[in-house]
Design a protein around this ligand. Structure first.
Ligand code: KIV
Length: 276
């Protein structure tokens, strides 16, 4: 009865928060990718990705900035609307850009815009325990939330570069505590960027919600990469965790299918993509 009209004839049920949680529970890796337009979204969806993120990485790979800091809510809305038109089965997550969630009320206003104007199904924000109040407020209003821990690119100027996080014992323990606090506050998914394998594994076991990694090792519940990085489009020095899936594949669709398969059979990430 409540099935959306356009989904009534779909062969496969669309991914949602419950099916993502069920994937974690049965140990099926969750394959995620970023996308920024309808054409690529269609390919990523067809390749079998479970989650598509309209990341603020668009500031770097689409707009050509050095960081994600200049990205605005309106930018994310524009790209999210386009991506949504390309999707069938995959779940659509959209990033809350830099300074778009400074207070619970501010965060709710912008999350509502991302969902109503951008057609997002979940919002992602960066931050540790300091964001607990924000996550709680969004969750109280039934906004699905992904909390991004580890390397937080929006804080690059404060951190002093794109660096591996959680290497010392105190930092690792703090991240673990933050992860638990964010789950308790109502986060539906955690995303962990650039941390040692051991910490990725510890976070995965400490929470019941899915933990998606990017440079967080193989022992998390799913993987995500920036589309243009894994298709070999991004030029220059790439992070260690990136694998170019266009190598040995004849088309972007084949490369995307190879990525989804590699995440599902856990052949990606390999040791050379990981941090210790
Ligand atoms: O903005 C983005 O693309 C991200 C990924 C690095 C996960 O947050």
């Amino acid at each position: 009865m409540y099935k959306q009209l356009q989904q009534r004839d779909m062969a496969e049920a669309p991914v949602n928060v419950s099916s993502l949680r069920a994937m974690k529970d049965r140990g099926e890796p969750i394959a995620c990718l970023t996308a920024y337009d309808a054409s690529f979204a269609q390919l990523v969806d067809r390749a079998g990705a479970d989650i598509v993120l309209v990341g603020d990485s668009l500031g770097m790979v689409i707009q050509g900035h050095d960081t994600t800091v200049p990205v605005t809510v309106q930018d994310i809305i524009y790209h999210s609307r386009a991506v949504r038109r390309g999707l069938g089965r995959a779940f659509l997550m959209a990033d809350m850009p830099f300074m778009s969630y400074t207070t619970p009320v501010h965060a709710l206003d912008n999350a509502v815009r991302l969902m109503q104007e951008g057609a997002a199904m979940m919002v992602k924000l960066e931050g540790g325990a300091s964001q607990v109040g924000i996550v709680e407020h969004l969750a109280q209003h039934d906004i699905p939330v992904c909390a991004h821990l580890g390397l937080r690119p929006q804080s690059v100027h404060k951190i002093g570069g794109f660096k591996v996080q959680g290497r010392g014992q105190a930092q690792a323990e703090q991240m673990l505590e933050d992860a638990v606090a964010l789950e308790q506050a109502g986060a539906d998914i955690l995303l962990l960027e650039c941390v040692p394998n051991e910490l990725g594994q510890a976070v995965r076991h400490a929470v019941t919600v899915p933990v998606i990694g990017i440079g967080a090792g193989p022992d998390v519940d799913g993987q995500i990469l920036v589309l243009y990085d894994m298709l070999g489009i991004t030029q220059g020095r790439l992070p260690r965790f990136v694998r170019n899936f266009m190598t040995n594949n004849a088309s972007p669709l084949e490369a995307l299918q190879a990525y989804v398969l590699a995440v599902k059979d856990r052949s990606y990430p390999a040791p050379e993509h990981c941090f210790s």
